[in-house]
Ligand binder design. Sequence first.
Ligand code: PEP
Ligand code: MG
Length: 592
Amino acid sequence: MTERGGLSALQEGDASMEYKGNPVSQGYAVGPVYLYSSVVPEVTEGRIEAAQVENTLAAWAAAKAYACRDLEAICARLTATQDNKAAIFHAHLSLLGDLAIDEEIRMQIQDGLSTLDWAIQKTFDKFIRRMQRSKNRLFQERATDFRDVRQRLLLAARGLSPQSLRSLPCPCIIVTHELMPTDTANMDRENVLGIVTEIGGDTSHSAIIARSLGIPAVLGVPGITDALAPDALIALDAVKGLVLDTQDEALLASYRVKADDYRRYLSELLVYKSKEPVTRDGSYVQVLQNLASVGAADLSDAACVDGVGLLRTEFLYMGSDHLPTEQEQFEAYRTVLSTFKEKPVTLRTLDIGGDKTLSYLPMERELNPFLGERAVRLCFRHPDMFRTQLRAALRASVYGNLWIMFPMIGTMEDIRRAKAALEEAKAELRAEGVPFSDEVKVGVMIEIPSAGLLADLVAEDVDFASIGSNDLIQYTLAVDRMNQNVAPYYQDFSPAVFRLLRYIAQEFNRRGKAISVCGELGGKPEAALLLMGLGITKLSMNASSVAAVKKMIRSVSLEDARELAQQACSASYAEEIEHLVKSFLSQKIDES
Ligand code: PEP
Ligand code: MG
């Protein structure tokens, strides 16, 4: 077998290829490759000469015919298996046949002398704006279809077909350079068996999304999109971090068995999901959920958790091609708050920047985007955008128990500024007579080391804080969480980080202020055990981690956790701490 991706070893006469990467979401899968790359055509205003009108009209007819053929093929494929999804594309076909759209585009070309791109863009923008203004929810939702068809036509004009993860042809393994939150926002989850990307570390957003959906994923496999053929059958080992391109039936069969066994293991673990998270010595550890979207499936675990410890509101912005309106946001937040009722819902204000961008919000190219104008810094630059989100959140607060949390806080000035923006939004609503709850709690994420070092002052100034360990590790250890080359420097068990966490926990607990962890550490049983020992007994995690963390909580005592945490803080090496806690836990879990 040949091995690629950092290591290589060749054995004669074996055509199988093996590629190595980071197993960021555990599991196994066997399935065909779906090579995915999202192309967003850029359109600028353009004019043609009168003599080019005929040719441009012909190009319009050709683009439309091309898009129609594509859509008919998709519908034929889907109708046989998934009627509900085929309906979406039938609706797109009928949009292509819409006479009003056709007439408007032809007019833009003939009378307005617009280029084909510009005529398509302008016409669809006009219809989309009309739908967004409509009070009718169905019309508002139709705007998404118009955007998809616009994209399809713009690509068809270039002889290309769009790719989307919204409706996949069959169960498959997605192989792509990088998976952006925009791509996954509307992903056809049922048909994704696994994910493989060329870049992305353990706490990249691709990894977080894969884990939150419980999809096996191997990230950081250089050159994999060139190496694999579309539709090739591959096996994914997201425990060891391997992608196997093989025709060896026996090997594929062994991976199918592993996939079944792993699924069985997960379903056995599921019994813990609804159990009480109480340690052997009777301490209750709050287990909350992180949310990165608010579909019915995301909200189905509300009864098993103590609330939402992190609502990543970016999903609303990234799954859209315009800044979400106050009403759109209000409705999404209300859905979560009314689902969780009296349980806290911690709404993190917009965290864009770093690896997350918005197509419709111009952002300067930065040399170090993770150290740049990210999260609250970006919101401070766009006060209207910030105000819209705060107003929407406050309006929704009457439907549940809202905690508002500001990300990327580095200084006390940041806190003052964010709170002032919140007060302004409140004053506006009061003046307009719009109701909101007086009970809203205000807190911050501690994910920049400076905020951690100021924990005593921060704790005085806020109602609560949640530790964003993904970024806190990145910034404390100066390791880019997206950079595959420095992944070994990104230590989950860093003694330096544990010492900082100990200080933060101590200052918040001393003042009786709530302190939690909502980064990925909170959802990893070994790390969560140490967090409990440091005095952080509120952990927020992806739904897929809840059962395993509850199982861990129920098999240990807080006393043991304290002892281990103390040892961790005096250790010199990350591997020492990892070994300590893993051997302790394997013994405890065997005993239980
Ligand atoms: C974190 O940094 O730990 C966190 C929860 O936020 P994000 O992963 O979205 O940056
Ligand atoms: Mg963060």
